[in-house]
Structures are given as structure tokens and as C-alpha cells.
Design a protein around this ligand. Structure first.
Ligand code: SF4
Length: 84
């Protein structure tokens, strides 16, 4: 049986941490829109944070997390990755 070609490559790493640089972030909330399950923009400073317990979603939401980091207009998001 042939597998459908989705055009996606298998992921060879896992995201282990998300860091948002508060000195760079302009509080645009673009990243939150891309991955609201992991990022919470409702903070006193306006700088999003990783939701409590969201580390458990880093694998299942990896694509959305990558998109959030990519979409940040000021490149304030750093992802730490570990090869698998
Ligand atoms: S997209 Fe970037 S600048 Fe906007 S809130 Fe997220 S980290 Fe901050």
C-alpha cells in the first residue's frame, strides 16, 4: 500500500524550550495567534509567556510553535531543540 505524500519531512528534533526576549518583544501578540494553546499573551507586561504545563504540548504543537517563532516580526522567539 502506498503512503500519501504530504510533502512533510519527518521531524528529527524536539522542541525543549521556548524563550521570548522581553527586551526585543513589542507585544504584538502575533505569536499567540499562531499557537494560543502554548503561548499566553494575557500578561501584565504584554510579553507572552509559555502557559503552565504547556511543555507537554511541545511535540504535538511543534508545527504551530515553529510558525509562531517564524511569524514574530522582531525575531524575539528562540526555540531550544534536541535531536531525536
Ligand atoms: S510575535 Fe514577537 S513581538 Fe509579537 S508578542 Fe510574540 S514575541 Fe512579542
Amino acid at each position: 500500500m502506498a503512503l500519501a505524500n504530504t510533502g512533510e519531512q519527518p521531524r528529527r528534533y524536539r522542541i525543549t524550550a521556548i524563550f521570548i526576549d522581553p527586551d526585543v518583544c513589542t507585544c504584538s501578540q502575533v505569536c499567540v495567534g499562531e499557537c494560543p494553546e502554548v503561548l499566553d499573551g494575557n500578561t501584565a507586561s504584554g510579553v507572552p509567556r509559555v502557559r503552565d504545563g504547556a511543555e507537554a504540548l511541545f511535540d504535538s504543537k511543534a508545527k504551530e510553535i515553529e510558525r509562531a517563532a517564524w511569524a514574530c516580526p522582531v525575531d524575539a522567539i528562540r526555540l531550544t531543540k534536541q535531536a531525536i
